[in-house]
Design a protein around this ligand. Sequence first.
Ligand code: TYC
Length: 99
Amino acid sequence: MPTHTDIELLNEVKIKHPKKYKVYLLNDDYTSMEFVIEILITIFYKNYEDAQNVMLDIHKKEKGLCGVYTHEIAETKIIQVHQKAKDNGFPLKAVMEQE
Ligand code: TYC
């Protein structure tokens, strides 16, 4: 009979956690504040208050964390940001970094 500790060890060896990626929005001088808030609500599912705080953080510190995702989801969020920004004539950029 494996002991509790043996089972925990087995689980530690077996479970492969996917790598996580932080997605950031970058500041620029042209994208409107309201558009960044809209992006944070519609793509990153923030409520209005959180979106406003993240946007102001980016505006002051040049970049801000929007969320942490698996590689595929992070990549999709970035594509969505760039597409929506382009459609609206804004240069807004998003980047990802492995956690
Ligand atoms: N700096 C922009 C302005 O003053 C607002 C802004 C915030 C732009 C966050 C991009 O990721 C951004 N209109």
